[in-house]
Design a protein around this ligand. Structure first.
Ligand SMILES: NC(=O)c1ccc[n+]([C@@H]2O[C@H](COP(=O)([O-])OP(=O)(O)OC[C@H]3O[C@@H](n4cnc5c(N)ncnc54)[C@H](O)[C@@H]3O)[C@@H](O)[C@H]2O)c1
Ligand SMILES: [Zn+2]
Length: 359
């Protein structure tokens, strides 16, 4: 097996098809008294758990904690449920929690493990593309509270992250594309965009291990210089001011909810236009990037919504003094954070998208 290993000061990330087997030696290297627990959701329990247990004999008789799939279950009551099982099944300070799932499981499992007995070790085995390139790395854990996304949480690193590409086989196509949106975001802000031909080549022919590794390595580098999200880490929010507003709007109206990556794909389009209008991003690059994103998400456009989605812009947690602030792209790999945006700028950018949309 050709395993890509990314080492950071705190933990390492291993990437390969079949990489789950690495967990066997990791568990065996832990004290003999350490017991393991697995956290899954109802989908990863069905599709990914059998593969994990087959690859890691040390996990064949351990307690499996299963949450209902879905963002609606990402709340404190689920954390209490996880901790309740850990306690009732005899977990102690030396126990290990194995998080097997998408961002829901790695965020919620990471938080539960970090709170239980003031913190036990956890490993992340992301099973969604979004989890692999984003949620499972970077050390943010959390749950939603009273309608506010990730408003309760901790910075807490896993002991190890194992990215086993085989889990992607059962991931629904729509979820997969949602993850591609974050890969494109990393490529846009790192200046790596253009090296992957998202339209011309069938995705099955891509070297996903390398693509995912590049995406993770980029995020790790950004996080390493700003673990607690004071300045540089904000660049990772490109597309997210508008994206979060659309996501919240689509969840609170009768519309069928947008997936996170879909909302970010639209958010990046609008924020790219803002970048052209308010910074130096030239129109040729703008049009190339818009075509790229619209090609991957042909079914999405701002025509799907009425303008009330904009009411959610002000509540974004990144904004100061209820001002709208965005991360903008000044050029290839050149990013400016905390740019104040007026509502008129948004209207103008929307107008541009209506005229320049290929969808
Ligand atoms: N901590 C961070 O830095 C960070 C970054 C980005 C996103 N997030 C969080 O991550 C979450 C979104 O992540 P997500 O898109 O992975 O959501 P998710 O965990 O809800 O997974 C999406 C869906 O895919 C299913 N699924 C996952 N892997 C599967 C597989 N291999 N086969 C079949 N079904 C599978 C899940 O059951 C779920 O229905 C959000 O809660 C978001 O807040 C956190
Ligand atoms: Zn995101």
């Amino acid at each position: 097996m050709n395993i890509i290993e990314l080492k950071s000061e705190t933990y390492s990330v291993h990437i390969a098809a079949g990489a789950s087997t690495l967990l066997q030696s990791y568990i065996q290297s832990r004290p003999a008294t350490s017991r393991s627990f697995i956290l899954v959701d109802s989908n990863t329990g069905k599709h990914c758990l059998p593969r994990l247990v087959a690859a890691v004999p040390a996990l064949s008789n351990v307690t499996v904690i299963t949450l209902q799939a879905g963002e609606a279950n990402k709340h404190l009551a689920s954390v209490e449920g996880v901790i309740g099982v850990l306690l009732s099944q005899g977990a102690d300070r030396h126990s290990l929690l194995v998080n097997l799932g998408g961002g829901l499981i790695t965020d919620l499992g990471g938080l539960s493990a970090s709170l239980f007995m003031r913190g036990i070790d956890f490993v992340n085995l992301p099973t969604s593309l979004l989890g692999m390139v984003d949620a499972a790395v970077g050390g943010k854990t959390g749950v939603n509270f009273s309608g506010n996304k990730n408003s309760i949480g901790l910075f807490s690193n896993p002991s190890k992250v194992i990215v086993d590409l085989n889990y992607l086989e059962s991931l629904p196509e729509r979820e997969f594309r949602s993850g591609v949106s974050e890969v494109i975001k990393h490529q846009l802000i790192s200046g790596e965009i253009g090296k992957t031909n998202w339209q011309a080549v069938p995705w099955s022919q891509f070297d996903w291990a390398t693509l995912i590794a590049q995406s993770i390595a980029f995020k790790q580098n950004v996080v390493a210089s700003d673990f607690q999200d004071h300045h540089l880490r904000k660049i990772l929010n490109f597309g997210h001011t508008v994206g979060h507003a659309l996501e919240t709007y689509s969840l609170t109206t009768g519309l069928s909810p947008l997936l996170h990556g879909e909302a970010v794909a639209l958010g990046m389009q609008l924020e790219l236009v803002l970048s052209h209008h308010l910074t130096e991003l030239d129109e040729k690059l703008l049009k190339d990037y818009l075509r790229l994103i619209q090609g991957v998400f042909p079914e999405l456009s701002f025509n799907m919504f009425d303008h009330s989605w904009m009411n959610h812009l002000q509540t974004d947690k990144k904004n100061q003094d209820r001002e709208i602030r965005c991360v903008l792209l000044e050029g290839l790999g050149k990013v400016r954070v905390d740019v104040p945006i007026a509502e008129a700028d948004i209207h103008k950018a929307l107008q541009y998208l209506v005229v320049n949309s290929i969808n």
